[in-house]
Design a protein. Structure first.
Length: 427
C-alpha cells in the first residue's frame, strides 16, 4: 500500500520515514518534501501543494492513507475536502483545528469544559487591552489569536513590553488578520512539557512524552524559536501526572469536541506547564505533531505507525497499543546564521553522516548544489540519537552533530540539560 505525507519539514521527514518502515507499505509520497526526504529509502517527493491536485494524485496512485504534518492546511480544511472525496486522511477537520487556529476558541472551549488553563481575557481594541495590563501588572503574557508561526506569543516581563506587544499585534498588525484579536493571559511559572495523543474521535492513544527547547540560546535564553531541540521521554511527566493529564485534559477535550458536534480526529498536542504546586495548566493546543518533538518520538516508536494511524481513521484506536524503545532520544537542531529572524541560505554543509541503528539525521531545510549539501532555511537538520540514559543519548547526538559543520551554524549545547529542568536562574 501507499501513503502520502503532506509537509516539508523535519517533522514530516521523521513521520514519513517511520511510516515507510511498515511492512504493509511499499511507498510513502511526501508533498512537497525536502532534499532529505528526496534521498531517504522508501520516500518519494511529489512537487504538489494544491489540494485539488493532491486529491487527484491520491486517487490516481490509490493512496491508502494521507497524513498531514503542518497546521496551515488543516486550518484550511484539507481533511474535510479529502473526506468529501471518500479519501482516507488523518488529521482534524477545519472546525476541530480551531483548537490551534483560534486561541480565543481554545480558551473558551477550555472554560466550557473545565480544562485547567491560565486565566485570560480577550481584546480587539488596543485601549482596553492597555488598561487591562495597567490593572494586572507584569509579568503577563500577550498572544495573537490566530496562527502566527510560533511568533505570536510575548511573555512580557514588564508592563512596557506588554504595551509594546499589544501595539505590535492590534495596531501595527504585525501578524495580519491573525492579530485582529488578542488574548492576555496570566503568567504561569513551572516546567513545560509536550504531551501528544493520537485521537480517533473517541479514543486517545498517548505518544511518548517529550520536551521542546524553544529558546535560541543555552540556559533557555534568547528569542523563542520553532524549537532548538527536544528530548523524549521527559522526566517532568511522572506516571501520576501522565494519568492526570489524560483525565484532566485529553479526555475532556475529546468528549467536549464530540458533545459540540465536532469530533476530534488527528494528533492533539497539549503544551503544558506543570506548576511548582503540581497543577497542570494548558498553555496551548496544537492540532498536529510538534517539530522537533516528532523526531525523538519517532526514533523511539517501535510499533507500526501506519497501522496505528489506520486504526485512528477507522475509530478503532482502542484495539491497538504503541510500543516504545526504552532508551532516551535526544534531537538537536542545527540552525543557520540569522535564525529565527533572518536565516541565511546557501552555506555549504561539511558532511551529513549516515543513519545508524541508534541515530537518524532528519532534514528540515537543506538543498543540493554542485554535489554538496547546503543550508536552505532556518532550521536545517535535526540530529536525533538514542542512548541507554539521558546523558548517553546526549553524548551520542552531540558526537554526530559536531561532525556537521557549516558557516554560521547555531546549535544549543544543553539540549536535555538537567533532565529537562530549566536552570533555576532563568526560570
Ligand atoms: P505557546 O505558543 O502558546 O506555546 O507559547 C509559546 C511559549 O510561551 C510557551 O512555550 C511558553 O514558554 C510561553 N508561554 C505561553 N503562555 C504562557 C503563560 N501563560 N505563562 C508563562 N509562559 C507562557
Ligand atoms: N515545537 C513546538 C511546536 O511544534 O509547536
Amino acid at each position: 500500500m501507499k501513503a502520502l505525507v503532506i509537509g516539508s519539514g523535519g517533522r514530516e521527514h521523521a513521520l514519513a520515514w517511520r511510516i515507510a518502515q511498515s511492512p504493509r507499505i511499499s511507498k510513502v509520497f511526501v508533498a512537497p518534501g525536502n532534499a532529505g526526504t528526496a534521498v531517504e529509502d522508501g520516500l518519494f517527493n511529489i512537487p504538489i501543494q494544491d489540494t485539488q491536485e493532491l486529491i487527484k494524485f491520491a486517487k490516481d496512485e490509490v493512496v491508502a492513507l494521507t497524513v498531514v504534518g503542518p497546521e496551515i492546511p488543516l486550518s484550511q480544511g484539507i481533511v474535510d475536502t479529502f473526506r468529501a472525496q471518500g479519501l482516507k486522511i488523518f488529521g482534524p477537520t477545519r472546525n476541530a483545528a480551531r483548537l490551534e487556529s483560534s486561541k480565543e476558541f481554545a480558551k473558551e472551549f477550555m472554560r466550557r469544559h473545565n480544562i485547567p488553563t491560565a486565566e485570560y481575557a480577550t481584546f480587539d481594541r488596543a485601549a482596553t487591552a492597555h488598561e487591562y495590563v495597567e490593572r494586572k501588572g507584569a509579568p503577563i503574557v500577550i498572544k495573537a489569536d490566530g496562527l502566527a508561526a510560533g511568533k505570536g506569543v510575548v511573555v512580557a516581563m514588564d508592563v512596557d513590553q506588554a504595551h509594546a506587544a499589544i501595539d505590535m499585534i492590534l495596531v501595527d498588525s504585525k501578524f495580519g488578520a491573525a492579530g485582529n484579536k488578542l488574548i492576555i493571559e496570566e503568567h504561569i511559572v513551572g516546567e513545560e512539557a509536550s504531551f501528544i495523543v493520537v485521537v480517533d474521535g473517541k479514543n486517545a492513544l498517548p505518544l511518548a512524552t517529550s520536551q521542546d527547547y524553544k529558546r535560541l540560546n543555552d540556559g533557555n535564553l534568547g528569542p523563542n524559536t520553532g524549537g532548538m531541540g527536544a528530548v523524549s521521554p521527559t522526566p517532568v511527566i511522572t506516571p501520576q501526572l501522565h494519568a492526570r493529564v489524560m483525565r484532566e485534559v485529553m479526555q475532556p477535550v475529546i468528549s467536549g469536541m464530540e458533545q459540540e458536534g465536532e469530533p476530534y480526529t488527528g494528533f492533539l498536542y497539549a503544551g503544558l506547564m506543570i506548576t511548582n504546586q503540581g497543577e497542570i495548566k494548558v498553555l496551548e493546543f496544537n492540532c498536529r505533531l510538534g517539530d522537533p518533538e516528532t523526531q525523538p518520538i519517532m526514533l523511539r516508536l517501535k510499533s507500526d505507525l501506519f497501522t496505528l494511524l489506520e486504526n485512528a481513521t477507522q475509530g478503532t484506536l482502542n484495539q491497538v497499543e504503541a510500543e516504545w524503545d526504552r532508551r532516551v532520544a535526544v534531537g538537536i537542531v542545527l540552525a543557520s546564521q540569522g535564525y529565527p529572524d533572518a536565516p541565511r541560505k546557501g552555506d555549504v554543509i561539511s558532511e551529513i553522516p549516515k543513519a545508524e541503528e541508534d541515530a537518524h539525521i532528519f532534514h528540515a531545510a537543506t538543498a543540493r548544489r554542485d554535489e554538496q549539501w547546503i543550508t536552505n532555511g532556518g532550521r536545517v537538520l535535526c540530529v536525533t540519537a538514542l542512548g541507554g540514559n539521558l546523558s548517553m543519548a546526549q553524548r551520542r547526538a552531540y558526537q554526530i552533530a559536531e561532525r556537521i559543520q557549516f558557516d554560521g551554524r547555531q546549535m544549543r549545547s544543553d539540549i536535555g540539560h538537567r533532565g529537562g529542568r530549566l536552570p533555576k536562574a532563568v526560570k
